[in-house]
Design a protein around this ligand. Structure first.
Ligand code: AMP
Length: 330
């Protein structure tokens, strides 16, 4: 699945994407995290980005686009991704669409985490993050304080306060969001890819709503894609792992169909493994036998109807003969 998480700074996108990567086992790509890592490592790119980040402004598009292109080229991105904090403006969204079109992996969902601006300020200025990158737990001194001040409940590492989470930078970041990022809502709405979730309540409640939306959105797409993959595989055109798996399943499905067609009288069920594979191959195929079954039912109906007509005809015939005899007698 390929998802963009949209939302103002402090909307909880980061928290939700961490839960999503655990549930769906796909990588999260956060341009904010990548930029902070570059700043911490003191790379050229980090040095260029730092001033804009400290001022709560956007880092230039060419830096961010280069970074995201490199990240999308990594093999783990083939299974899908969650983009968090990218795109941040219309040109970035257009560049992303172009990149994904070249990869043949278009975006499937833009999910907006919607939170009122008064809540955002407290969330951002009160945010504390575990300094252990492997843990990355997030706290808030107003809403979800750690048990021991300044220490992570999970791993005991010290908590850090992001340098851009101070009040004046936060104000600037929220302004930038309104001016440059909020127009992406209309951009993705026009593409029919926008869904919105309210980002208030418990993290688990929000996550439940997020996953409900994802599953409703992904199901038809996944079915359409597996059908397309199976079709490509049947023609021998599929080269991706998904297409190869579909080809294998389609082959097994074909074998299962042939096996059941060979022994119709005995009604021998197809081998369970082959049946399983057939199910996996293309759920749409399930519908086909139902369509084929219809004419059989009609045939039976015709056969059943026929004797009734004959009986009626037989009964009618003697009556006619009697009537004829009666006429002759007259
Ligand atoms: P975030 O952690 O997503 O709030 O990002 C922190 C900071 O990194 C932002 O305030 C920007 O300065 C910079 N940044 C992150 N993502 C982008 C992006 N897609 N485009 C431009 N700047 C970004």
């Amino acid at each position: 699945m390929r998802i963009v998480l949209l939302g103002a700074p402090g909307s909880g996108k980061g928290t939700q994407s961490k839960l999503l990567i655990e549930k769906y086992n796909i990588p999260q790509m956060s341009t904010g995290d990548l930029l902070r890592a570059a700043v911490a490592a003191g790379t050229e790119l980090g040095k260029k980005a730092k001033a804009a980040m400290d001022a709560g402004k956007l880092v230039s598009d060419d830096i961010v686009l280069g970074m995201i292109q490199e990240r999308l080229n990594k093999p783990d991105a083939r299974a899908g991704f969650i983009l968090d904090g990218f795109p941040r403006n219309i040109p970035q969204a257009q560049a992303l669409d172009a990149m994904l079109a070249r990869m043949g992996q278009p975006l499937q969902l833009a999910l907006l985490v919607d939170v009122d601006s008064e809540v955002l300020m407290k969330r951002l200025t009160g945010r504390r993050t575990c300094s252990n990158a492997a843990c990355g737990a997030i706290y808030n001194i107003y809403f979800s304080a750690p048990k021991t001040q300044g220490k992570c409940d999970k791993c005991g590492s010290s908590l850090s306060h992001r340098s851009d989470d101070n009040e004046s930078t936060v104000r600037s970041r929220l302004q930038v969001y309104e001016q440059q990022t909020a127009p992406l809502v209309s951009y993705y709405k026009a593409q029919g890819k926008l869904r919105t979730v309210r980002g208030v309540g418990s993290v688990n409640e929000i996550f439940k709503n997020v996953t409900d939306i994802i599953e409703v959105q992904m199901r038809p797409l996944a079915a359409a894609m597996s059908a397309a993959n199976a079709a490509a595989a049947a023609k021998g055109g599929g080269t991706t792992p998904a297409a190869k798996a579909a080809a294998k399943a389609a082959k097994a499905a074909k074998a299962a169909k042939a096996a059941s067609a060979a022994k119709p009288a005995a009604k021998t069920p197809a081998k369970p493994a082959a049946k399983k594979a057939a199910k996996k191959a293309a759920p749409k195929k399930k519908a086909k036998p139902a369509k084929k079954a219809k004419p059989v039912v009609k045939k039976k109906a015709v056969k059943k109807a026929a004797p009734k007509k004959t009986k009626k005809a037989k009964k009618a015939a003697p009556k006619k003969k009697v009537a004829a005899k009666a006429k002759k007698k007259k």
